[in-house]
Design a protein around this ligand. Structure first.
Ligand code: G6P
Length: 612
């Protein structure tokens, strides 16, 4: 959601900004723009993709060694040219780009209007830059102080970058609740909402903290202070991100690349943690809170989207193996529901990006009541990783496709390790069963590879069903959250309406939808509920629904019942989601490609949702 990029140095800013915006496209956006300073302060912005901005700017003055660029995901005002960022202040001396939402913008806007300010857009951002200009004029202060005073007046979340016509050697930036990374080169600076536009220029970065303002100087010096006017010492760290991870590497789409990366990413999420020979699981992040988590009366998991589905798999694993009661919450509901949280509580926050505003807010709420918060995050240095007391990274590598795939299997892998670790600590699992499952965990990457071999068959099935208008996904037990995830994948990228349901619950509603047009994807691998799932298949068949079944290799019974079967290798039941989700990811992918959809950047969606 919304991407920020900025440059100050001796090179031409425009190509750096455009490349940076292209790197940020994956976050999801609907307009793009740049501001460049070269004596004049020029702003070029356009609704649509970065490619449209490039076309628009082609015959314009794009000179300048100081500039900012933005991809906007509309919140206040529709996605058109005038609402795109950057925004000028009324004097056109200042230009701003902004991620986040200024919640009290309406009252500030009224006040500024009454003093003669004119607004050219519907955005909260234009209000902020004029507030800064107003303060600068009235208080007779420099830009940095005006920004600081203005940020003390606003309520909400922001990552902002500002350039000033009167200060051609400085770039100003500040954050609260929305991330900003500062890249430090040789007498040049890069700034971005995540490290992806920075990594090809420098590995030295500073993650700004909430309520910090950075001032970057062309001479290579920079300073950071809080909005409370205290200087802070920046912590410079080295990026681990590799440039190859941000390229498609021969695949048509990032999503396909990421689906195919899963044998490796699952292995990476277990690396150094699982030792089948000694029968041990090492999770450094858990150590400090081991006793508290081990003895907890209950755990709460808060997450959104695909991470919420991983959370349900986590619930099943923790209850089944570690005998721990678990509640899984949509972070957005949890935070506004006046939940009962005490200092004894443990909150697990799951997030790929580590920036999801609702998850972050749930964490803050739990922390304010004294609870211990454990993060399961993919992005190192992200806001959630930094806001939690402890955690385990999922190590899936950068996920660029908006529809989450390898992040899900990595989250489930880490949750499996946590459940097994706690099961052993709590003495709720037999040694032989524990050993069986961890041995099988080691086989999972190879088995995922085998599932990927079914790609051509899945493509064939996709072709048959690509014009369907509805899909139903059914699963029981460990496969129930997978049914939810399969349906989510399909609707996210192909825009086909799809619902995931517990298979037995079908008869309480969705069965009314079934006719000869309706594809029903049945996850039919559950060893423990196999007979029951066969009954569910019969119920669909009796109403002429078209069944695509995910079955275990060698299954003959369902082969006779279903119109299509996709085989996956047999595994230990708690590990089933790691395999059964893969054909559903491929099915959604191929259907979306065949329907001509933008797979990596589906309409209206954002990769990291930094607004509530
Ligand atoms: C967005 C993304 C989803 C993701 C969800 C939660 O909606 O499009 O793919 O599952 O946010 O994101 P998180 O980064 O917290 O896992």
């Amino acid at each position: 959601m919304c991407g920020i990029v900025g440059y100050l140095g001796s090179k031409q800013a425009y190509p750096i900004l455009i490349k940076g915006l292209q790197r940020l496209e994956y976050r999801g956006y609907d307009s793009a723009g740049v501001a460049l300073l070269n004596g004049k302060l020029n702003i070029y912005k356009k609704a649509g993709k970065v490619a449209e901005l490039i076309g628009y700017a082609a015959d314009k003055n794009i000179e300048g060694t100081l500039g900012i660029g933005h991809t906007r995901w509309a919140t206040h005002g529709e996605p058109n040219d005038k609402n795109a960022h950057p925004h000028f202040s009324n004097s056109q001396n200042l230009a701003i780009i902004h991620n986040g939402i200024i919640e009290n913008y309406a009252s500030i806007k009224e006040e500024l209007k009454s003093r003669g300010y004119i607004f050219h857009s519907d955005t909260d951002t234009e209000v902020l830059i004029n507030l800064i200009e107003d303060i600068q004029k009235n208080e007779n202060v420099d830009e940095e102080e005006a920004i600081r005073l203005a940020l003390n007046e606003v309520v909400g979340a922001y990552a902002i970058v500002i350039i000033s016509k009167n200060n051609p050697d400085k770039l100003f930036a500040a954050r609260k609740g929305s991330p900003l990374v500062l890249g430090i080169g040789d007498k040049e600076f890069f700034i971005a909402s995540d490290a992806t536009p920075i990594v090809e220029h420098t590995k030295n970065v500073v993650y700004l903290n909430d309520e910090e303002i950075a001032v970057l100087n062309r001479n290579g010096e920079f300073s950071i202070k809080t909005i409370g006017n205290k200087h802070t010492t920046p912590y410079i760290e080295e990026l681990e991100l590799k440039l190859e991870a941000l390229e498609k590497g021969g695949y048509d789409h990032f999503m396909l690349k990421e689906i195919y990366e899963q044998p490796t990413s699952i292995l990476d999420s277990m690396r150094g943690r699982l030792n089948t020979k000694t029968g041990t699981i090492a999770l450094g992040g858990l150590l400090e809170y081991k006793q508290k988590i081990k003895n907890a009366n209950r755990l709460t998991i808060a997450a959104c989207g695909t991470s919420w589905h991983a959370g349900i798999v986590g619930e099943y694993l923790l209850e089944d193996l570690a005998r721990l009661p678990v509640e899984v919450e949509y972070a957005s509901e949890f935070r506004y529901r006046n939940p009962i949280i005490t200092a004894d509580d443990i909150l697990f926050a799951i997030s790929q990006s580590g920036e999801t505003a609702d998850t972050l807010a749930a964490i803050e709420q739990a922390k304010s009541k004294g609870a211990t918060v454990f993060g399961v995050c993919n992005v190192v240095g992200s806001s959630i990783a930094r806001a939690t007391h402890a955690g385990s990274f999922t190590h899936a590598g950068p996920e660029i496709g908006v529809a989450s795939t390898k992040a899900f299997t990595a989250q489930v892998t880490v949750l499996t390790l946590i459940a097994l670790y706690l099961a052993k600590e709590r003495g709720t699992i037999q040694e032989s069963r524990y050993q069986q499952i961890i041995n099988e965990l080691e086989n999972i990457p190879a088995k995922v590879k085998k599932v990927l071999d079914a790609n051509e068959k899945i493509k064939y099935i996709a072709d048959i069903f690509k014009d369907a208008t509805n899909f139903l996904y059914l699963g029981r037990g460990y496969n129930f959250p997978v049914a939810l995830e399969g349906a989510l994948k399909l609707k996210e990228i192909s825009y086909i309406h799809a619902e995931g349901y517990p298979a037995a619950e079908m008869k309480h509603g969705p069965i009314a939808l079934i006719d000869e047009e309706m594809p029903v994807v049945v996850l039919a691998t559950n060893q423990s509920a196999y007979d029951k799932i066969i009954s569910n298949i019969q119920e669909v068949k009796a109403r002429k629904g078209r069944i695509i079944a995910i079955v275990e290799e060698g299954d003959t019974i369902i082969k006779d019942l279903a119109e299509f079967v996709i085989e996956i290798p047999a595994t230990e039941e708690p590990l089933t989601p790691l395999l059964s989700v893969v054909p559903l990811q491929l099915l959604a992918y191929h259907i979306a490609v065949m329907r001509g959809c933008n797979v990596d950047q589906p309409r209206n969606l954002a990769k990291s949702v930094t607004v509530e």
